[in-house]
Design a protein around this ligand. Structure first.
Ligand SMILES: [Fe+2]
Length: 295
């Protein structure tokens, strides 16, 4: 789980981002640091990401050209995020997931417009997870079934897409890192301090939302992901969660609902929203399962 508030990139001051900061949101940036250190140990070929900020209303879309390069400006925080991106896409795997989903009856489309601007959610989560930008990416859109139908319909589609994603990755033989790009509770303040990185202004918007975040995190730590899936509709509505984009449900389904404990690298708020950087070490858990006890 790789949340994408642009504040984290702003606070990191990479060369690609124009605005510069003094500091800020360290608890989350250090959480990303810890996750990166763990991921450096794992040798993976490709990053597969679902972002709630690439919103499609008819079906699920996939980036379908080998490279996308442009400037991304956050529509809400243009003062924090004006980022020059240059993204290599694993079109082969992208198309394989597309085909798997299509064969299962889903409405899908490859995005092949060379001028298409990649959303900032994808860019922020990928940058914070792998700032070297040396792994190709598969970018999946967020179908807004939540808007037309309900959270339940959104979640069923996300789960179906998760299964198709897992099947395609297995067939490809590639080692993939999956990223769900989303915050947990998502009610935010509507004004910004004069200095955006003034941490004296940063805290959760309400205790009620904090309780929801802690409940979800506790369940992740206990490996209760099926239970998370079951309460997702309630969580999404009550905590105004960014899980409405389907990324969280998608990743749990693609990982086949892990029962091993998630590694929670850290939690923090950004303009009042709740964010956690969380890792499900799928491969290590699988290896542990096949190793007989005592050996
Ligand atoms: Fe967002």
């Amino acid at each position: 789980m790789a949340p994408h508030p642009p504040h984290l990139v702003y606070a990191d001051n990479p060369v690609q981002n124009e605005p510069k900061s003094e500091c800020g949101w360290e608890s989350l940036r250090w959480a990303y640091e810890r996750m990166r250190a763990n991921l450096d140990e794992a040798d993976y070929d490709v990053i597969v990401i679902l972002s709630p900020h690439w919103q499609t209303y008819v079906g699920t879309h996939f980036l379908g050209l080998p490279n996308f390069k442009s400037k991304s400006v956050d529509p809400i925080f243009p003062n924090l995020f004006r980022f020059d991106y240059d993204i290599d896409v694993d079109v082969e795997l992208s198309r394989m997931i597309h085909d798997e989903a299509q064969a299962d009856g889903m409405v899908v489309k490859m995005m092949e417009n060379p001028d298409f601007r990649v959303d900032y959610g994808t860019i922020v989560s990928c940058h914070l997870t792998r700032p070297q930008w040396d792994k190709p990416v598969v970018c999946i859109s967020s179908n807004r079934a939540n808007a037309y139908y309900s959270v339940e319909v959104m979640q069923e589609m996300a789960a179906q897409l998760g299964r198709a994603t897992a099947r395609a990755i297995e067939k490809s033989g590639k080692r993939a890192l999956l990223l769900a790009s989303n915050s947990l509770s998502h009610r935010h303040f509507i004004t910004e301090p004069e200095i955006p990185e003034d941490m004296s202004a940063e805290h959760i918007t309400s205790h009620h939302l904090y309780l929801w975040d802690m409940k979800l995190i506790e369940m992740m730590k206990q490996g209760k992901t099926k239970e998370i899936f079951d309460i997702m509709p309630e969580f999404t509505e009550q905590a105004v969660s960014e899980s409405d984009g389907g990324a969280f449900s998608w990743i749990l389904s693609a990982l086949n609902f892990p029962t091993y404990p998630a590694i929670v690298h850290g939690y923090g708020t950004i303009i009042g929203t709740g964010n956690a950087v969380v890792e499900w070490p799928a491969e290590a858990a699988e290896n542990a399962e096949v190793t007989p006890r005592g050996e």
